[in-house]
Structures are given as structure tokens and as C-alpha cells.
Ligand binder design. Structure first.
Ligand code: ATP
Ligand code: MG
Length: 218
């Protein structure tokens, strides 16, 4: 089993959006998935219940519960996805002490990337204690359609020694509409097509081993 936490102590950067889509995608790839909603607002557990009811949703919003219960929960499924809170450092710390991989959503502006140094301090502490674990990757979220990664931003990410995913999530109304419809974007018809392609590409890049093996035609 693999524990993946979606971590950025900054609020409103796209954590829950990534968490719910990732949990639903992994389920569709044929894996057993638990979504651990570790935010006191509990929005992602409600959302996943509508979008992918087969994903087991649990609420774990205190650091002791996370440290004590996350390993057992993860052992019952192939993937446990933890949606972290926007503040509450101790909750984030507990998640980072239990995770194998941390996905760090970040808005694509220099200001946000600079703020990452602060926002990822707990991540670095965990990596220091655990000998480099959890592995971490930055995913740029809510980027403009004509956005291009600037050298400044690449340098800022490199200075933090965090890899940057090649695929970014574009700022699109469809993502904002998804939770209200209790859906993930690939359930939302033709107008969501480009968004669906984008998230599929992102997850295939982050977790190539999780992609469903295509059946060989005889
Ligand atoms: N790529 C996107 N394009 C447009 N809107 C987006 C995108 N990603 C997320 N949103 C919207 O932005 C808001 C914040 O996203 P989300 O709730 O995923 O962030 P969060 O990091 O989980 O926030 P919090 O810290 O409050 O838990 C939500 O209203 C969401 O629907
Ligand atoms: Mg959230």
C-alpha cells in the first residue's frame, strides 16, 4: 500500500481538488482506495462519496488519529490519499510522518512559489528525520491557459530541491464547478474534456505504476 498526502499549508491552492480527483482516478485504474479527509471542513469526504462512492472515505482530523490509524487504514487498501488541511501544522506534520509521497499543489506565481519555502518547512523536517521520505513533487495548480513556466520559477523550485511535475492544472471553471456537482471532471461531459485529459496526464506522470495495464488484444 502507498500513502500519498496532498500537502501545502497554504489554503486554497487546490489540495482537495487534487485529492478527490486522484482518489477517483486510482479507483478507476482498478485499485482499492481510501480517501482520508484530514481537513476539519470535511469537504473532500463528502465530494468523493458522490463522485466515487466505492472509494472508502474516512475523516481523520487530529494528529494522534493520523499517526495511530493511518497505517492500518492504508494496509486495507492499495492507496490511501490524505487531503491535508490549509493550516494546522500538527496535522500536516503527522501526515508527512506517515506518507510515502507528498504532492504539493502550488499556484503558479513567483509570490506563491516563494511562499513555498515556508509552506514546505514541515515537509523538509519530515524528510530530514526519515532519511528523505516522503518523496515530494510540486504540482502547479490554477495556471493561466497561456502560462509558461519561467526560469525564475524553475529556479525557486530547484532551490527548494523539489521536483516540479511537467503537467500543470489549468485555471478552468469546470474544476470549480465539480464539487457542487459531486463529480470529477471526466464525469462532466464534453465541456470538461480538456480538463479530463489534463488530470489523466498529470496522474499518469506522477504515478506511472498505478496506471491500469491495457489488456493485450489476442
Ligand atoms: N484548476 C482550477 N481552476 C479553477 N478553480 C479551481 C482549480 N482548482 C481548484 N479550484 C477551486 O479553487 C478553490 C480552492 O481549491 P481547493 O478547495 O481544492 O483548495 P484547498 O487547497 O483544498 O483549499 P483549503 O486549504 O481551503 O482546503 C475551490 O473553490 C476549487 O473549486
Ligand atoms: Mg481543501
Amino acid at each position: 500500500m502507498t500513502v500519498i498526502t496532498i500537502a501545502n499549508s497554504k489554503g486554497g491552492v487546490g489540495k482537495s481538488t487534487v485529492a478527490v480527483h486522484l482518489a477517483a482516478w486510482l479507483h478507476e485504474q482498478g485499485h482499492r482506495v481510501t480517501l482520508a479527509d484530514c481537513d476539519t471542513q470535511q469537504s473532500s469526504s463528502e465530494w468523493i462519496r458522490e463522485a466515487a462512492p466505492e472509494v472508502r472515505a474516512v475523516r481523520l482530523n487530529n494528529p494522534d488519529h493520523i499517526l495511530n490509524e493511518l497505517p492500518a487504514l492504508a494496509a486495507e487498501t492499495d492507496y490511501a490519499i490524505a487531503d491535508g488541511p490549509g493550516s494546522q501544522t500538527e496535522t500536516s506534520r503527522a501526515l508527512l510522518l506517515r506518507a510515502d509521497l507528498a504532492i504539493v499543489p502550488c499556484k503558479a506565481s513567483m509570490l506563491e512559489v516563494r511562499a513555498l519555502a515556508k509552506a514546505t518547512e514541515v515537509l523538509r523536517q519530515a524528510q530530514d528525520i526519515r532519511g528523505g521520505v516522503p518523496e515530494a513533487v510540486i504540482v502547479l495548480c490554477m495556471v493561466g491557459k497561456r502560462y509558461r513556466l519561467t526560469k525564475d520559477m524553475q529556479d525557486a523550485a530547484a532551490a527548494l530541491q523539489l521536483p516540479l511535475a511537467d503537467t500543470a492544472m489549468t485555471l478552468r471553471q469546470i474544476y470549480a464547478d465539480a464539487p457542487g456537482q459531486g463529480a470529477v471532471v471526466w464525469q462532466m461531459g464534453a465541456r470538461a474534456r480538456t480538463a479530463a485529459d489534463e488530470v489523466h496526464r498529470l496522474f499518469a506522470e506522477l504515478l506511472p505504476e498505478a496506471q491500469r495495464r491495457k489488456m493485450k488484444s489476442a
